[in-house]
Design a protein around this ligand. Structure first.
Ligand code: GLN
Length: 455
């Protein structure tokens, strides 16, 4: 096949299903077809070819793309055309992928269902009445629906892994610092990571390979060698030590999710791995800690949307203060406002010690729980989510129930370690379930090795 065929196939599938799935916010068809043509000229020559030569990819809309509309799911950026590319986009250009379009998401990545998008609701391809998860719901749904074979998402508290679990795809949150955040529209800078969503583990390893590495433009990117991830896909898990936190199979976790994990452990045992129950005693503080810290960071990061520099500007303002107020009141959605208020409160003098500082201390304890377990074990295993995908509208009026959905993914971001979600069976209602595999800092290879053992 030619690259042109691949790109045509992608847009054809989009033409067939997109009116039901609604995964995309923007398409880049003319550029994609031109680039395909250019790459096709290399076919059959001995010119060097990129790692993902000619592969169609969709990009979450909080990753800036030069001259291509980038909204972060928010009305406040409805007319924003970036003048530069994120580092991951430059890396994808080197890998010679083809950008098909930009993908729907919860506004500024705040949400677990993609219902907080300022533009449209995305459906889960497995059952159009259910959510695809979030905030990278468009990234996961587009891959699950066969519109693109690869996508990029971002994960601050579960936004790659949870939608991957809900849509039966493979989604990895890399170690904090593994992938450059330069050009990722910031939500909570100490937690955000860009990562790959794909149909299988092998594709996932190749996409991480293409985007990983230290970057002079992101001082939090880590100068740690990037291994050959595909080399880890041996299927050999003999002697591997697996920890299963009792908190991940206990209260609040559905019976089907529990059974699916136990069945996966049986498979791994059959392949020569062993497992033991452990405890992550502070993980019960994860959700509270996360919502304080993430909202605090968000309140600072979102201060830049003031109607002056770029993005939406309210036409109704009478003076400068009024311009700030009206622009933000009209431009931000409810969930974003809720987080800004919570974060501003937590950071205000007089409350800082009681909330922000306390949450930082809790974060240290949560991180230490993981370090203790990883002294004796190679990976931690559990469900990605307590339940499979829920109905559109089911949780949208109850933020706390929505937040609780992330109880199994959030501690991983707080600890900074990598985690993947891989499909592990179906619920009685026919919806995919996800298995979460958590690894040591910068040890994505072992995660891939375990994940690949299921394929
Ligand atoms: N659902 C979580 C939140 O609303 C996580 C989002 C994310 O990872 N970006 O903050």
């Amino acid at each position: 096949v030619s690259v042109t065929d691949l790109v045509s196939e992608s847009y054809k599938r989009i033409g067939d299903v997109e009116d039901k799935v609604k995964a995309f916010l923007t398409f880049d068809e003319e550029n994609a077809r031109n680039k395909a043509k250019a790459l096709d000229e290399k076919l059959g020559t001995d010119e060097s070819k990129g790692l993902l030569f000619g592969m169609p990819i969709g990009i979450k809309d909080n990753i800036v793309t030069k001259d291509l509309r980038t909204t972060s799911g928010s009305k406040i950026l409805e007319n924003f055309d970036p003048i530069y590319d994120a580092t991951v986009m430059n890396k994808l250009h080197t890998a010679e992928t083809i950008t098909i379009g930009k993908l729907n998401m919860d506004e500024f990545a705040m949400g677990s269902s993609t219902e907080n998008s300022g533009y449209q609701k995305t459906s889960n391809p497995w059952n159009l009445d259910t959510v695809p998860g979030g905030s990278s719901g468009g990234s996961a749904a587009s891959v699950a629906a066969g519109e693109v074979p690869f996508s990029l998402g971002s994960d601050t508290g579960g936004s790659i892994r949870q939608p991957a679990a809900f849509t039966g795809t493979v989604g990895l949150k890399p170690t904090y610092g593994r992938v450059s955040r330069f050009g990722l529209i910031a939500f909570a800078s100490s937690l955000d990571q860009i990562g790959p969503i794909t149909r299988n583990v092998e594709d996932n390893a190749y996409l991480l390979q293409a985007i990983a590495g230290v970057d002079a433009n992101d001082s939090t990117s880590a100068n740690v060698e990037v291994p050959n991830y595909a080399a880890a896909l041996t299927g050999d898990v003999k002697g591997l030590k697996i920890a299963v936190p009792k908190e991940y199979l206990g209260e609040g976790v559905g019976e089907e999710a529990r059974q699916a994990v136990l069945a996966s452990l049986k498979v791994l045992e059959g392949l020569g791995a062993s497992w033991e129950e452990v405890s992550l005693p502070h993980s019960k503080y994860g959700v509270a800690t996360y919502y304080l810290l993430a909202s605090s960071e968000a309140s600072a990061n979102l201060a830049r949307f003031d109607g002056v520099r770029y993005g939406y500007r309210s036409p109704n303002a009478e003076n400068l203060l009024d311009l700030y107020k009206k622009t933000r009141a009209e431009g931000f959605g409810d969930e974003v406002k809720r987080r800004i208020m919570l974060g501003t409160f937590a950071l205000s003098s007089g409350y800082y010690d009681a909330y922000y500082k306390k949450a930082q201390q809790a974060r240290t304890l949560i991180k230490k729980d993981f370090e203790d377990v990883f002294e004796k074990f190679d990976v931690i295993l559990g469900p990605t989510t307590p339940t499979p995908a829920f109905k559109i509208g089911e949780k949208i009026d109850d933020p706390l129930t929505m937040y609780a959905n992330d109880i199994l993914t959030i501690p991983v971001n707080l600890a900074g370690v990598p985690g993947i979600s891989v499909p592990c069976g179906f619920s009685s209602t026919g919806l995919p379930l996800g298995l979460q595999i958590i690894g040591k800092h910068f040890d994505e290879s072992t995660i891939y090795r375990v994940a690949h053992a299921f394929e």
